[in-house]
Write a protein that binds this ligand. Structure first.
Ligand code: ACO
Length: 322
């Protein structure tokens, strides 16, 4: 059977690193609080590059790595909640910059589940047999929608991107998925655009920044992620012992610890790099995959589960045979 395989992964994070100590000079926090509550020690913040630039850098790396020509790309999907513009889409900017003249392109907004959602969409296009080569990115400049006076959020969010080049693959590749949304809970919202025009003055003022009920998201994530991983295992007829790695969205190392405990899985099965990058929303899973690939951790035939959760609320997992 023709599945969707991941031919290559790549990532890009801005050079500028901000430590917890540096943050403690602008808001009332401490390295001790941030490290013990979140596992985050550092994060990379953009000094001006926008989300499209991250994707362009990653796209160039993917084309160079694989030898695929820009004209061969059929589709570009960018998962992001921090596009450069509302329109044109970030994916269209990437399409032009990379010279992917034969590709159509669109963005996906699903917060920290965005990369999993986008892989799922790409998978359906490839399985249709009509499209052969797809670029999928997860990229964010969350720093531009972060309130740098709010200690509840500014210690968590950061910038970066990752991506994958997908193509048809016999047998292996994307094997199973489990995707969800629950739009009735807006405990995390960002950049609320209220209606304000010549016939309507806004009753409530819009909010340009991410606001969040951290505890609610924490409880939601530790509830749904183990269920979703179990669902994937059941769908694919596999046990945890068959899975080499679980690559979760990197929001908080305590969330990952609880998920591991609930699944009765050894924590060493989980890839964790939240200490270095903070929460980069849609970018966190592809950054992790790119890092793992660079370290030689992913061998052909390895089965891994990626699992994302975030604003919306959205969540989803996917089983991939590398
Ligand atoms: N430094 C010091 N104290 C702080 C800070 C800080 N940076 N931030 C909050 N506090 C305080 C709070 O004010 C609170 O004080 P109080 O008890 O006097 O009111 C106290 O610390 C504890 O707050 P809690 O909310 O109970 O802390 P908790 O252990 O839940 O940790 C955290 C908070 C880190 C936000 C955690 O709940 C979390 O990680 N939640 C998930 C967040 C997440 O993943 N969000 C994003 C999804 S991303 C997306 O979709 C874009």
């Amino acid at each position: 059977m023709i599945n969707t395989g991941i031919k290559a992964v790549a990532s890009y994070v801005p050079e500028r690193v901000v430590t917890n100590d540096e943050l403690s000079r602008i808001v009332d926090t401490s390295d001790e609080w941030i490290t013990s509550r979140t596992g985050i020690r550092r994060r990379h913040l953009s000094t001006g590059e926008n989300t499209s630039q991250f994707c362009i850098n990653i796209g160039n790396k993917l084309l160079e790595k694989t030898g695929v020509k820009a004209e061969e790309i059929d589709l570009i999907i960018v998962a992001t909640i921090t596009p450069d513009y509302a329109t044109p889409s970030t994916s269209c900017q990437v399409q032009k910059a990379l010279g992917c003249v034969n590709a159509f392109a669109f963005d996906v907004s699903a917060a920290c589940s965005g990369f999993v959602y986008s892989l799922s969409i790409a998978d359906k296009f490839i399985r249709s047999g009509l499209y052969k080569k797809v670029l999928v990115f997860g990229a964010e400049t969350l720093s531009k929608i972060t309130d740098w006076t709010d200690r509840n959020t500014c210690v968590l969010f950061a910038d970066g991107g990752g991506g994958a080049l997908l193509e048809p693959r016999e047998g292996a590749g994307i094997i199973a998925e489990d995707l969800h949304a629950r739009g009735d809970d807006i405990s995390l919202t960002g950049r609320h655009h209220v209606v304000e025009n010549m016939v309507c003055r806004d009753a409530e003022k819009g909010n340009p920044y991410l606001i969040m009920d951290g505890r609610a998201i924490f409880n939601f994530a530790t509830r749904v992620v183990p269920d979703s991983v179990n669902e994937i295992l059941e769908k694919s007829g596999l046990g945890l012992e068959d899975i080499r790695y679980i690559v979760p969205h990197q929001a908080n190392s305590r969330i990952i610890d609880i998920v591991a405990r609930k699944l009765k899985a050894d924590i060493s099965k989980f890839y964790i790099n939240v200490d270095e990058y903070g929460n980069t929303s849609a970018a966190s899973i592809p950054i992790a995959l790119s890092e793992m690939s660079g370290k030689g951790m992913l061998e052909r035939g390895d089965k891994i589960i990626i699992t994302g959760f975030g604003a919306g609320l959205t969540w989803g997992s996917m089983l991939i045979e590398w």
